[in-house]
Ligand binder design. Sequence first.
Ligand SMILES: [Cu+2]
Length: 141
Amino acid sequence: MKKIILILILSTFAFAQTKIEIKDPWIRPNAKGANSALFFIAENKSNKADTLIAAKFDNSEIVELHETYKKNDDMMGMRQVKFVAIPAKSTVTFKPRNLHIMLIGLKKDIKIGENYNLTLVFKKAGEIKIKAVVQDMPKMK
Ligand SMILES: [Cu+2]
């Protein structure tokens, strides 16, 4: 009987988890005191939706989840969002002029070619550590 209960607990735990894979993380170079941003592809391989709720970076004063939106005058603006949903069996791309992680108030110069450790925090998948390369804006397609 004990064995059955244990299996039930374990399988419930397994179902509550999601599998999120982070691909191609990169951040923009900038000088100390300025802002940067983190971009990546988040792939949810599980059949449960998950939610990105926070990000951590040791080298900036503030880290925020941001989205880009079109203002009334057709200019592009950006604003903080509390979370970003990552639906089941789908991919969400964080890219320039779209979703991004805003790194506000850099504590040091962030230079092209360097690598930085960051952490993404998901509601179900928990903390995912990533290593992002510093590179220029990709060419517009
Ligand atoms: Cu932003």
